[in-house]
Design a protein around this ligand. Sequence first.
Ligand code: ATP
Ligand code: MG
Length: 611
Amino acid sequence: MSTPPTSARVPSTNPRVSRTNPRILRMSTLFLRTLREDPADAEVPSHRLLVRAGYVRRAAPGIYTWLPLGLRVLRNVESIIREEMDAIGAQELSFPALLPREPYEASNRWTTYGNGIFRVQDRKGADYLLGPTHEEMFTLAVKDLYSSYKDLPVWLYQIQTKYRDEARPRAGVLRGREFVMKDSYSFDVSDEGLDRSYAAHRAAYVKTFDRLGFDYVIVKATSGAMGGSRSEEFLAKAEVGEDTYVRCTSCDYAANVEAVAVRVPAPVPYDDLPPAHAEATPDTPTIETLVDHLNETFPRKDRPWSAGDTLKNVLVMLKHPDGRREPLAIGLPGDRDVDAKRLEGQLEPIEVEPMSEADLAQHPVLVRGYIGPGVLGERRGSKIRYLVDPRVSEGTRWVTGADTKGSHVLDLVVGRDFTPDGTVEAADVRDGDACPNCAEGVLETARGIEMGHIFQLGRWFAEALDLRVLDENGKLVTVTMGSYGIGVTRAVAAIAESNHDELGLVWPREIAPAGVHLVATGKDQAVFDTAESLAGELAARGIEVLLDDRQKVSPGVKFKDAELVGIPTIVVVGKGLADGVVEVKDRATGDREDVAVASAADHVARLVRGA
Ligand code: ATP
Ligand code: MG
């Protein structure tokens, strides 16, 4: 770099940029254009409003630019997270986003991430990736610097940009391909140490999310391919969320549906049951047609047949990260569907695809519409692995396909007539399902946005990358890790999602891009002068002011912008000035009051500080 020109010390000559007070943002010069119309590609309110209010702009699919107002909000969210992480004694560092291939090769994630990561090459042809998450780097950093149990525990975190080539980037910054994450890791020698580290992070997360200002739930979660024991997610309650969670109506059980484990029924005796028998059931390729046929031709004495009496067999293709494809059969009660997310949650990083006509044609023993346990299973005709819902348990009795067109088997008993290769949690979870945790309650489902995930990672990465330290007895032991993430850019969207009305955004105070939105309206210069000096007084009290000092912009436009931008306190210097008052308005409630100009700064300062 050449020597900096001396102009750095010369005051700006740009007449449009005021350098008088950094706490005052002026609408006359602020790099901002609000939009009256919703952007065409925005499906959820937070995305619409963040674009319309001039917080973010799309640069490419799933990739966003943060404009000055948006960047302030993002920084405020970051500050809250940073304060709470620092408060428990976690130490901030920062890893590069551009990472070498080798550590990800050692953990096998170069392969298992599949299409999910951005890969790049340098001029020599060496492979790099843009970090989707940094377990490898954290593990190697601790291995690099530490060698003894005396160094542990240590808690490290960063607030850093991640890259993931998401299959479905969505809803603006809610699911981006470039996004900011806070990720921390704890390193301990013992399981008890890990429990303490986990508890400290959990407590910090509760404080953080309380401050961020949205309604959230803490739910049990799966911990993915890496195993580990405790795993919880912090979900923002939101209709637009991609996650479904359940809560028990009676006990405190709450879980992501991906983590719900159906209660396994006790085995029932089947000695007195009739033997299985195949019956002609012409033209019954669907559950509905089958149930109708059963009720007409084989009526039950106790009650009518229903879909739940049938065993439905669904075939899918598993796509392994190395490209290998493998069929899988899933057996479940006929009144349930396969929930692909639940299935994928357990098979991660394997992806699940429906079985195509061509795939089906590879297995002539499979008779579409009449597929049954007669051919399913690793040791049966199809050689296809056959996993069943836990409700398809020992001694239960089913009607299912007889592997011949137009025929079904009745009274087929699990454990007597067939034994599946195992069980799988793939059936959808519904309102009213029995609670897996207590005897009385039932489950209620709702939707949420995953804001944070804490889990006990255990020794997976430490083993893969050989992170060991000497214990008290001079013996090498493998370190155990906890993993704790928060979606920082996603939090901005989630906060917007739960804090808006039909007019625009309504930020919680700690998040808002400024403390006060001060609007000068009218043609009178005195209005602008008073607004200017009030802004100065507020700034002197440490309050950041967004000052609408635009001349020749109508009051209506200014009010609309103030409502759209969403700073919680709006102060209007206008008509009232003739009577010596300004109007102070609460953006959330719409309440207004007149306050004497002379006491306005103190009054507003108190409001903003929440005193
Ligand atoms: P999701 O299931 O939503 O894809 P994930 O399980 O892949 O999330 P983690 O790898 O645990 O997420 O990342 C930690 C946090 O980062 C998540 O809890 C979420 O808040 C955030 N996050 C993950 N992916 C994205 C994304 N594409 N855009 C914005 N934030 C994200
Ligand atoms: Mg993800």
